[in-house]
Design a protein around this ligand. Structure first.
Ligand code: BES
Ligand code: ZN
Ligand code: ZN
Length: 479
């Protein structure tokens, strides 16, 4: 899809359709069009927030269709609404099978900017169509003409974020049979194109370095485990280490999941994909920052060789962990990766993981929980600031000593599940806290935000690519 910027009047666009976002307060462009149509176009329709009006232009202007987007009151709308509504309008145009679409962007409205509009378009029009055999049925918009006062740089940046977000969606949406750890490695290696250095520890190296956590979780799988190590060092000072949970499929292991819970567990590598996507966007944008990405990846499978409940695993840190439940596997592979992160002498560590179903209970699909110790408040604040801009929402959650205490082992240093079933996301974070030493650290549980079971605005059913835009804004502020 081509995106071009045009000057002049959107009503004189020579394409197939136009999209006009309007507020409840009158809009000049819409009035002009309505008048030209003898006031037959809008007829009492109000630009309430979330409403779309799709209608024919009666031959008054060249584009055959107009999609009018309701944004409600000016002071109540925000970039999240803009992205959702532009996505819906674009999807509407695509369903009409139009090829060239003009979009009017009213100047002077802070959140109605090129970034939000381009993201709404590119993310909203994403489709995972890889496995449809009849490609002739796929409809595609070929050109978007933005009638906006924007520089090329803004559009380039937004497209870069969108491309990396859609890259994450492609990775997460890939079916399990196609999602081997070798494929994970290849995706990581594709980032060398933008200057990311990629190293891989295979099973042999994992054994040599005694990464007992990853080795235990991967025992049941025929696919070998890997630790992907990515380096993008283009800034000053100590690196930020990003760690992503890369479980290619989570059956639960011997504590096997039931049908409805196992469905969608191809998404259990969304944290890993986020780390790769963030590095893709940041390296393509050429931000002057130092980042190390760590992706422990394997399958949590069922077989005669699977690790067991009652096993005691010695992690890379030397700390021993009793396996109470093989389905709490993410924290086991993350333990090894977080200890490795400490050896990188980091400025800070941020991990992304689809760690607990309890995160969905707490915040649903609306926000990722960010868990951190009190001393790391400034890191949480920086993440919340980046969340505001990107609309990849994160919400601070507590990491009280009691949660950390709950993970102490009876016959080992730690256990992977607390006795009480409450606060599952917080106790999981409490477990991870044992592996970060004194480093500044934040844990993002993205179980609810990484994958949607139905389409909502610019985020379609399936993978969302949550976290890429968040990281771009976070590192832009850090430069
Ligand atoms: N990958 C799951 C968490 C998950 C659940 C992510 C739903 C996305 C949607 C994780 O490995 C898991 O199985 N967690 C268990 C932990 C339990 C055994 C303590 C859970 O949340 O049920
Ligand atoms: Zn699990
Ligand atoms: Zn899992």
């Amino acid at each position: 899809m081509k995106i071009i910027v045009k000057k002049g009047d959107v009503l004189s666009y020579d394409g197939d359709a136009i999209i006009i976002p309007v507020f409840e307060q009158k809009s000049g462009v819409l009035d002009a069009l309505d008048k030209a149509c003898n006031n037959a176009l809008v007829q009492g329709w109000k630009a309430e927030s979330g409403k779309l009006l799709c209608t024919k232009t009666l031959g008054v202007i060249t584009p055959k269709h107009v999609v009018i987007v309701g944004l409600g009151a000016r002071d109540k709308a925000d970039s999240s609404l803009v992205k959702n509504m532009i996505a819906k309008a674009a999807q509407q145009c695509r369903s009409l099978d139009v090829k060239r679409v003009g979009v009017y962007v009213e100047p002077g409205v802070e959140y109605l900017n090129a970034t939000a509009v381009v993201l709404g378009l590119e993310l909203g029009l994403y489709e995972y169509g890889m496995y449809k055999t009849d490609k002739s049925k796929i409809k595609r918009i070929e050109e978007i003409a933005l009638y906006a006062k924007v520089g090329d740089k803004d559009i380039k940046e937004a497209r870069c974020i969108a491309r990396a977000t859609n890259f994450v969606k492609d990775l997460v949406n890939t079916p399990p049979l196609q999602k081997t750890t070798m494929v994970m490695e290849q995706w990581a290696r594709s980032l060398t194109a933008s200057g990311v250095d990629v190293q891989v520890w295979n099973k042999k190296e994992l054994e040599k370095h005694k990464m007992g956590g990853i080795l235990a979780v991967s025992r049941g799988a025929s696919d070998p485990p890997k630790l992907l190590i990515l380096k993008y060092l283009k800034g000053k000072g100590k690196p930020t280490v990003l760690v992503g949970k890369g479980i290619t499929f989570d059956t639960g292991g011997l504590n096997i999941k039931t049908g409805p819970h196992m469905k969608t567990m191809k998404m259990d590598m969304a944290g890993a994909a986020t780390v790769l996507g963030a590095l893709k966007a940041i390296s393509e944008l050429g931000l002057r920052v130092n980042i190390i990405g760590l992706v422990p990846t394997c399958e949590n499978a069922v077989s005669k060789d699977s690790y067991h409940p009652d096993d005691i695993v010695t992690t890379y840190s030397g700390k021993t962990v009793e396996i109470v439940n093989t389905d709490a596997e993410g924290r086991i592979i993350l333990a090894d990766a977080l200890s490795y992160a400490c050896q990188c002498k980091p400025k800070q560590i941020i991990d992304f993981a689809t760690l607990t179903g309890a995160m969905l209970v707490a915040l649903g699909h609306e926000a990722a929980g960010v868990f951190a110790k009190k001393k790391d408040r400034s890191l949480v604040d920086a993440l919340v600031d980046a969340a505001e801009i990107s609309t990849d929402r994160v919400w601070p959650m507590p990491l009280y000593d009691e949660y950390i205490e709950a993970m102490k082992g009876d016959i080992s240093d730690l256990k992977n599940l607390a006795d009480a079933r409450w606060a599952g996301s917080a106790t999981a974070a409490g477990f991870l806290s044992n592996f970060v030493e004194e480093n500044a650290w934040a844990h993002l549980d993205i179980a609810g935000t990484a994958y949607f079971d139905k389409s909502v605005g610019y985020r379609q059913k399936g993978a969302t690519g949550f976290g890429v835009h968040l990281m771009v804004e976070f590192f832009k502020n850090m430069q």
